[in-house]
Design a protein around this ligand. Structure first.
Ligand SMILES: Cc1ncc(COP(=O)(O)O)c(C=O)c1O
Length: 395
């Protein structure tokens, strides 16, 4: 008899060990809208782990647009964009997004994860090279695994190492893929230098603006705008599940590149399209990113305030330059225990542990919303100070 593929499931103990110890931080039920305060497992918590950066997930205009789209087009498109699943709303938001980020065309996938999978795997084929930052998001790595190209990695934001990898594969087709804002560390890719190297060696650059769209840059166009070099990004990816208060993912580029992806990305062709309610929400959220810049201003102001306050307390916040502020706490066990104590104190946070981080570099990842009140922020700081002292991790 052969071995049983279920054996690994019966031997999987990690989650249950945490459940037994009372430290299990995952899959808790949120019973209210994703605002700064939510009901979790029936108790009120202040949230410090949401990607609802601009606070649009319960904006009346976003909800209205979502309902209107559902009323007009129904609850599902019941098929792939490629066949029966495209409507005029999909195309409207694609045009709106492309215009917003100043690219010729854009295409809307059903999730951000799908965008990375589909675009990366279709763009890079056999005998071609994907060069990724070591801290790139898992969906980028998944896209590389789906590609027939070879994936190589450079040390996080280390431009000497990037150049070394480019030189190693000189002469081959190369796509460099980086997060704009790194999702766990909150720091920003060194785009000016990446683009300089790309020009020097004639290679292409793909930037995932999941955590920067709506947030970074004067008008929220992302890190390209922040560095004033957005036109030189060859492919811009963004998700709709964070600042855009919905779900879905965009790829924007030259018209020919987008058309190629449209007809070759497996995650475009072999999955059903984004439901109307989600597209309607994106449509309204994109308008609000432009119409309500005060949200971005508030978000950046409070992010700076929180980072300084955590540093003053003695927390190690790494190199965050965004509303994602990691607090490095040490071992996985400390991260889980801290998560639990924060939860009991009324703060809903996210622990990030190995293998997502290096051994001994576990994080409590905090992130902010334009709609956090000053009282919310003071409450968060008070609780983090109390918990940090308890665990003796404040410098
Ligand atoms: C950097 C980055 N890229 C892509 C994704 C995938 O986007 P989505 O969750 O919208 O599918 C995420 C989401 O976690 C992300 O953080």
């Amino acid at each position: 008899m052969g071995s049983d593929v279920f054996e690994k499931c019966f031997n999987f103990k990690a989650a249950n060990d945490l459940r037994i110890k009372g430290f299990y931080p995952y899959f808790h039920k949120v019973g209210s809208v994703q605002g700064p305060e939510v009901m979790v497992d029936g108790e009120k918590k202040v949230v410090v782990c949401s990607n609802n950066y601009l606070g649009l997930a319960n904006h009346p205009k976003v909800i209205e647009a979502s309902i209107a789209a559902m009323k007009k087009y129904g609850t599902s498109c019941t098929g792939s964009r490629f066949l029966n699943g495209t409507n005029d709303l999909h195309e409207k938001v694609e045009r709106k997004f492309a215009k917003f980020v100043s690219k010729e065309e854009a295409i809307l996938f059903t999730t951000g994860h799908h965008s990375n999978l589909g675009a990366i795997s279709s763009l890079v084929g056999r005998n071609e090279i994907l060069i990724t930052d070591k801290l790139d998001h898992a969906s980028i790595i998944d896209g590389c695994h789906l590609s027939f190209g070879e994936m190589v990695r450079f040390r996080h934001n280390d431009m000497f190492d990037l150049e070394r990898q480019i030189v190693r594969y000189k002469g081959k087709g190369i796509l460099i893929v980086v997060d704009g804002v790194f999702s766990m560390e909150g720091d920003i890719a060194n785009l000016p230098e990446i683009l300089r190297l790309a020009k020097k060696y004639t290679v292409r650059v793909f930037v995932d603006e999941a955590h920067s769209l709506g947030v970074i840059g004067e008008t929220g166009k992302g890190i390209g705008e922040y560095f004033n070099i957005g036109d030189d990004i060859d492919v811009l990816m963004a998700t709709a599940s964070k600042s855009l208060a919905s779900i879905g993912g965009f790829i924007a580029s030259k018209a020919e590149v987008v058309d190629y992806i449209r007809h070759n990305a497996r995650t475009m062709i072999f999955t059903a399209s984004l439901p109307p309610a989600c597209v309607g929400a994106i449509d309204a959220a994109l308008d609000l990113v432009v119409a309500e810049p005060e949200r971005r201003a508030r978000l950046m102001k409070i992010s700076k305030k929180m980072k300084s306050a955590f540093q003053a307390m003695g927390y190690d916040t790494g190199h965050s330059q965004s509303p994602v502020i990691p607090l490095f706490v040490g071992s996985d066990l400390i991260a889980f225990k801290m998560w639990r104590m924060l939860f009991d104190e009324g703060v809903f946070a996210s622990p990030v542990v190995t293998p997502a981080v290096q051994e001994g570099r576990s994080i409590i990842r905090t992130s902010y919303m334009a709609t956090h009140s000053d009282d919310n922020l003071d409450f968060i700081l008070e609780k983090f100070e109390k918990v940090g002292k308890q665990f003796n991790i404040l410098a």
